[in-house]
Design a protein around this ligand. Structure first.
Ligand code: NDP
Length: 274
């Protein structure tokens, strides 16, 4: 029997998730079929329910539906519940939809294990307060930074996130205009969707230096504008390809009960992106 999965988002054509999961299936000798599904806010819920009725085992959720996905789940894993953001839905035989969030685990694994960056006692800037940002705050705070600052176009959303996680560690929030007064960060993570349109957040120069890792959650064939801007100011840069692979491995483990060896899939993905 083939276990079927899909990734639901808008836009979705750029997603490499089908390739990653198909490679995981080959590596672990599991029969899986993984597709892409475009949705709108109006069609999202019915698409998830139709997918479940068709006998599928689960789906991933990407921008801009991670927060909306919370409303279709009957049960939530603690990480997704706290974040109010779901990127993985497990479709149980008893009919329940169980929401998980693997984004944070994927991001931290990529930064700490693959990029060999120490997050303990570091200063972290998180740009954006959407579904992806929500999912990564708890795991970033768990890593023990001295400061995690969330900056977002809509200040109120950043403030909400800072209060939601304030019992877990030193988290603060502002709009972009307040960043001009801040010293350079050790890690700056772009969790906005701006890179998908070739744009970047309005950042002052002093935020990055030679010690900074500028990490863009978006992955693309070329460096994003955010990566080029940061590199030209001396920062080390990374796209979100590693996060994609590591969060996918966590989802695969939830669905299939086996953890694929992620390093095996990078050569093929780099080939596809080159
Ligand atoms: P959401 O739509 O939930 O959030 C979008 C965020 O971008 C919000 O903070 C929003 O600000 C901000 N934003 C959008 N347009 C602008 C603008 N013109 N100016 C300033 N800020 C803007 O998306 P997600 O959080 O789900 O995803 C964000 C990005 O992260 C996507 O590109 C996604 O592909 C990527 N991602 C990558 C992953 C990976 O595995 N590599 C995993 C998860 C996400 P506001 O609140 O003010 O609207």
């Amino acid at each position: 029997m083939i276990n079927r999965y899909t990734v639901i988002g808008q836009p979705i054509a750029h997603s490499l998730s089908p390739v990653v999961h198909q490679l995981f299936g080959d590596l672990t000798q599991r029969k899986v079929k993984y597709t892409r599904t475009e949705a709108t806010p109006e069609t999202f819920e019915s698409i998830v329910l139709d997918w479940q009725r068709s006998g599928a085992k689960g789906c991933n959720i990407t921008a801009p539906f991670k927060e909306l996905a919370v409303t279709v789940c009957q049960r939530m894993a603690p990480n997704a519940k706290r974040a109010g953001s779901v990127n993985t839905i497990e479709m149980h035989r008893d009919g329940a939809l169980v929401g998980h969030n693997t984004d944070g685990a994927g991001l931290v694994a990529d930064i700490v294990v693959n990029k060999r960056r120490v997050l303990k006692d570091s200063r972290i800037l998180l740009l954006g307060a959407g579904g992806a940002a929500r999912g990564v705050i708890a795991p970033l705070l768990d890593a023990g930074p001295t400061m995690l600052h969330v900056a977002n176009r809509t200040n109120a959303k950043a403030d909400t996130l800072a209060s939601l996680f304030s019992d877990m560690g030193p988290v603060s929030a502002s709009g972009y205009e307040a960043l001009g007064d801040m010293a350079a960060f050790d890690v700056m993570i772009n969790a906005t969707s701006l890179s998908l349109n070739g744009e970047m957040p309005p950042l002052p120069n002093g935020l990055v230096g030679s010690q900074t890792l500028a990490y863009d959650m978006t992955y693309a064939k070329q460096d994003t504008v955010f990566m080029s801007w940061s590199r030209s100011r001396g920062a080390d840069t990374s796209s979100g390809l590693g996060m994609l692979v590591e969060q996918a491995a966590e989802s695969f483990f939830i669905w299939e009960g086996v953890r694929p060896k992620t390093r095996m899939v990078y050569p093929r993905l780099r080939e596809l992106l080159s």
